[in-house]
Design a protein around this ligand. Structure first.
Ligand SMILES: [Fe+2]
Length: 183
């Protein structure tokens, strides 16, 4: 996880900064085609930064409460929609394991159904571009698990639930619901 944060996440930040510098130059030249051409790079590095910033806050050690879902509106919603956290986590794992190539598995708040949803995004695409509010992200890039799990991705997916910071996820859920109800 240190390597993941210090090397991989840092590379997205550096990439985003470089792309934004090039964008500013293209804007300065009134080079619209140049600005448009930079968008995929900005989506990739910017998405990488945004997604990892959520991921780190989603995680906490077992000693500090990792894996424990407290009584909360989120817990009630999980039980109402999925029956149990166990069922939901298995659904997330199944969907995330099905990603072709690199990407992320997500538990989101989906405003269209005013409820929880499970989606995947490719590469560093963000749930917000699909209209979803990200609550919990599972990094399914090889760089997330190869050090601890080699090629056994399934064990990484199984074990990550032991270190989920459900307090953080519940807070994101409360904020998403409050924001939706204001509209
Ligand atoms: Fe990652």
């Amino acid at each position: 996880m240190h390597l993941h944060h210090d090397k991989h996440h840092a590379a997205y930040v550096a990439g985003l900064n470089a792309a934004e510098e090039k964008l500013a130059e293209a804007q300065h030249r009134n080079d619209l085609a140049g600005q448009v051409a930079l968008q995929p790079l900005i989506n990739f590095h910017g998405g990488g930064h945004v997604n990892h910033s959520i991921f780190w806050k989603n995680l906490i050690g077992e000693k500090n409460g990792g894996g424990h879902l407290q009584t909360s509106p989120l817990k009630a919603a999980i039980e109402e929609q999925y029956g149990s956290l166990d069922t939901l986590s298995k659904l997330v794992n199944a969907k995330t394991a099905g990603i072709f190539g690199s990407g992320w598995g997500w538990i989101t708040y989906n405003p269209a159904i005013n409820g929880l949803d499970v989606i995947t995004t490719a590469n560093q695409d963000m749930p917000s571009t699909l209209g979803h509010v990200p609550l919990l992200g599972v990094d399914a890039w090889e760089h997330a698990y190869y050090l601890d799990y080699n090629n056994v991705k399934a064990d990484y997916f199984k074990n990550i639930w032991r270190v989920i910071n459900w307090k953080d996820v519940a807070k994101r859920y409360d904020e998403a619901v409050a924001h939706h109800q204001k509209k």
